[in-house]
Design a protein around this ligand. Structure first.
Ligand code: ZN
Ligand code: ZN
Length: 146
């Protein structure tokens, strides 16, 4: 799985009742993917479900990201379903991306958030967006290699 959750089938996000059909399809696709997906990967997988235009996927992704149900990984230009139903209430999220298997773990850390916030405040820097992505190998891949 692409996330720390073992099974997304019972995940609240996927079945959030107020999602549009397209949002539900896109989130479901992300939730069941082993690795992050680009908008075009998502479109490829959903052609059979009636999605034809990249714009439909981008619109759905925008909403899902805005609500914290999915995240955009800047360094990969790809998306993952949120692995933690409360993460969007915790503020800043950091990602650990395995370059071998594609697994993405996410965590929220208030200490990092405070540090960066303090720095920005001290410098008078107006933050629009912060991304934290670690690239490397997950524990499972390291264990498999040794
Ligand atoms: Zn999340
Ligand atoms: Zn891995």
């Amino acid at each position: 799985m692409a996330h720390s959750h073992e099974d997304h089938s019972g995940h609240d996000h996927v079945w959030a009742p107020d999602l549009t059909k397209n949002q539900g399809l896109v989130l479901g696709t992300l939730a069941h993917s082993e690795a992050p997906l680009s908008a075009y990967d998502i479109l490829d997988r959903l052609r059979g479900d009636g999605l034809k235009a990249p714009l439909q996927v981008y619109r759905a992704l925008d909403k899902l990201v805005e609500r914290g149900l999915a995240h955009r990984l800047e360094s990969l230009n790809a998306f993952v379903a949120c692995a933690d139903e409360h993460c969007h209430r915790k503020g800043m999220i950091a990602f650990a991306i395995c370059e071998s298997c594609g697994k993405v773990d996410e965590f929220a850390d208030t200490v990092i958030e405070e540090r960066l916030g303090d720095w920005a405040l001290a410098k008078g820097f107006k933050v629009a967006r912060t991304t934290m992505e670690m690239r490397g190998q997950c524990a499972a891949c390291i264990a498999r290699a040794s």
